[in-house]
Design a protein around this ligand. Structure first.
Ligand SMILES: [Zn+2]
Length: 457
């Protein structure tokens, strides 16, 4: 059914007396035909006393299942309190989920304070698993997750990306079978595979236009088609790793339906643009903020051919260079012990917070560079929230206060409505895992069959 057909369908199913809901839906669907339909506060308000069309039943059931998935155990009361959906509706939904094998009763909980009946408790259950693969420098990372987003098995396999693509295919295939075996999962129970790759990835076609870790593999690698041949029954997603990590934010309620830019900082810097869903752009170029020009007179030429790209201006090499710039300063600075550290950036923030003068000087410079990129992002996308992930997420108090000052210089931005800045210090691997889960679980739980009536209806 197309969105237009669905709109007409819903239109005729809503009872006449509920004009407000009709108007609301009409407005929303005309505004954006591609909008994913989710039950928000506003819809809920209008639907409370309306007789329930089946699309709303679908949305209610989806919310109920979502809550059961998020909790260890829940009772009908718990769900009713959290969702404000009526108890009979919840009971019918639970019965239906039980029949479909999506939840089981785990016995009775303790009685309520008022001494009422002991409530029956339920927990989500599902045999299906998801495999998330993430290509990182020197490694291929594998993780098997269940449908509750719990990691069952995880492993990293050393890989030299200077090896051929054929060798990579061999290692990947071998280790997929191996990890399924180790996790004691059957091939049938594998719902899907998500593969996160750095570089230009055309998600729709499943083609890697350019692999950042292995430029030697050439252009336009049809990696999804190859995986689909190996796993014809599974859902396969091949996507850029920055967009996978950014998508992990959508697992959290506070980020859904927000305009977000997630800045991913690893070797290079890139960003994931989110507007209710992760945006992919036409050429998968969207969010390549690392190559925004910050200083065209800079001496270093970036791999993209330009000068003064943001990621070059704040790269680890640039910071090292700046630390060594004045030979008198480094020997007197606490930074001298960290100059060769793998976590140079994190130490730089820490030492600046402790008051080291050289560290402070360089953190001020980095803050100024960030203020410029934030300004460019604001002009170009105007997000509500900006989330920094990866090594720059360790930014400390000194960085934050310097950034605040630097942002003030861009005078025409009203401070009170400027994008909120969050620092997500979770390891990138974890974000990749969550993002891969988000991708596939979204599709899995879209299945309308899960939300159809019970045998009694
Ligand atoms: Zn560049």
């Amino acid at each position: 059914m197309t969105m237009l057909e669905m709109r007409i369908e819903i239109w005729y199913r809503i009872p006449k007396q509920n004009e407000k809901l009709k108007k609301y839906i009409e407005k929303k669907f005309y505004k954006n035909e591609n909008m994913r339909w989710s039950m928000g506060k506003e819809e809920e308000k209008y639907t409370k006393d309306a007789s329930m069309p089946s699309d709303l039943k679908y949305l209610n059931r989806k919310r109920i299942l979502q809550m059961i998935r998020n909790e260890q155990v829940v009772s009908v009361n718990d769900i009713s309190e959290a969702t404000r959906i009526s108890r009979p509706t919840i009971k019918r939904a639970i019965q239906s989920f039980e029949e479909k094998g999506l939840l089981v009763s785990v016995g009775k909980g303790s009685s309520t304070n008022t001494g009422g009946k002991r409530p029956e408790l339920y927990t989500f259950c599902c045999e299906k698993v998801i495999l998330c693969i993430y290509l990182e420098k020197k490694y291929i990372h594998f993780a098997i997750l269940n449908m509750k987003n719990e990691c069952i098995r995880e492993k990293e396999v050393l890989f030299n990306y200077e090896d051929t693509f054929e060798k990579f295919q061999h290692i990947l295939r071998h280790n997929i079978y191996l990890i399924l075996q180790e996790a004691e999962t059957s091939y049938e129970d594998l719902y899907g595979i998500s593969l996160a790759i750095g570089g230009f990835v055309d998600r729709k076609l499943g083609i890697v236009r350019f692999c950042a870790l292995a430029p030697e593999w050439g252009r336009n690698i049809p990696i999804k088609a190859w995986l689909e041949e190996l796993f014809p029954k599974q859902v396969i997603v091949v996507e850029n790793l920055v967009r996978i990590a950014g998508g992990s934010l959508l697992l959290e309620e506070k980020y859904r339906s927000k305009r977000i830019v997630a800045i991913y900082t690893e070797e290079g810097i890139s960003a994931c643009y989110i507007d209710g869903e992760v945006l992919t752009g036409r050429n998968a170029l969207i969010g390549e903020i690392g190559h925004m020009t910050i200083d065209y007179s800079d001496k270093e030429v970036c791999s993209c051919g330009s000068r003064g790209c943001f990621e070059r201006m704040v790269s680890e090499d640039r910071i090292k260079e700046k630390l060594k710039e004045n030979p008198k300063k480094l020997p007197c600075s606490t930074m001298k012990q960290w100059i060769e550290s793998d976590e140079l950036i994190r130490h730089l923030f820490e030492e600046a917070d402790k008051g080291d003068e050289l560290a402070k000087e360089i953190v001020s410079y980095v803050a100024e560079m960030f203020s410029l990129i934030l300004k460019n992002i604001a002009i170009n996308f105007d997000p509500e929230i900006i989330v920094v992930q990866g090594k720059y997420a360790y930014a400390g108090e000194y960085f934050e206060s310097e950034l605040k000052e630097a942002r003030k210089k861009a005078g025409f931005f009203p401070e009170e409505t400027a994008s909120k800045l969050y620092y997500d210090m979770r390891p990138l691997r974890e974000l990749q895992r969550f993002g891969g889960y988000h991708e596939l679980a979204e599709m899995f739980f879209e299945n309308p069959q899960f939300y159809e009536g019970t045998t009694l209806e």
